[in-house]
Design a protein around this ligand. Sequence first.
Ligand code: NCD
Ligand code: ZN
Length: 362
Amino acid sequence: MAASPAGSNASPQNLRLRRPDDWHVHLRDGALLELVAPATARTFARAIVMPNLSPPITTVAAAVAYGARIRAALPEGSRFTPLLTAYLTDTIAAEEIERGHREGVFTACKLYPAHATTNAAAGVTDLARIEAVLTAMERIGMPLLIHGEVTDAEIDIFDREAVFIERHLAPLLVRHPGLKVVLEHITTAESVAFVRQAGPNLAATITPHHLHINRNAMFQGGLRPNFYCLPVAKRERHRLALRQAATSGEPCFFLGTDSAPHPRSAKESACGCAGIYNAPHALESYAEVFEQEGALERLEGFASLHGPAFYGLPLNEGTITLVREPHTVPPRLHGQGEGGAATDLVPFHAGQVLQWRLAEEG
Ligand code: NCD
Ligand code: ZN
């Protein structure tokens, strides 16, 4: 990464990084896809695209068709590559997964414990039911991406990630030591510690919002549904552990935004959807954290190097440049929703000033 200081000991004014990837994003479908895909494609060369559509992506044919819809939603000349995932269900066939992987359609499989989050009703009810799929994935080197939360109503929502690790993840890694696993969007100090002590086949993604907010953000002066996502933000000590992990330079932690847009009407509602839309300023948001932690020189590893290394994919060619140029994030993004009706999205950092801006490509 090249940082060019303006003046002698001044902090850098420009940051050039190898083009990054987003290892966890929700691009949605239909009008929402058209609204959000350009934001991800502007920053990232590739993204692991979540399959939790309605209905979910469970077949190679559905993924091929979704990939075509994503490409159609990209701006002219975009070189963005969506990396598609299969949504695991109790009944999905190992042959379908293997064929999708062999044909280059499925990069990974996503495990949602049934009912864990948005569009997870068809998720897996018991890991024992997908044993054959996991065995096949381990054999062919296909990564398993996990939404790591138990769903039992008697477990406190703030404990669901830690309990998932103890009850499900640790035994899974013992049963399948060769399986590559990404624990997605980690939110706790326990997850950081667990990932660190595990072998090279376990990694974790960390979102920008979990680096910026703790659970108080949801209750500041009233109920703030735009800070509600799953796994839900935890106590301050967890946020600090995540910041330390993300900026540590350890290759087991890498960038995954979990950008999860929902129309404002669905967020700001009596039963608001989980998900934070951070795609328009995701890299700028991470850069802010890395700078605050005195680790700007480690941003490139987190954003552009560790993910491809774990997935066994080539590094991207080309670079992007962040420029120190404070700017205010718009309070709303306006677009068209289903049937052409107006839809607003509230972006993460709405109305706040961010220090870094992604330079347009020349
Ligand atoms: C995601 C969504 O809306 O699809 N929501 C979220 O809060 N992150 C689902 C998920 O990744 O949990
Ligand atoms: Zn997600």
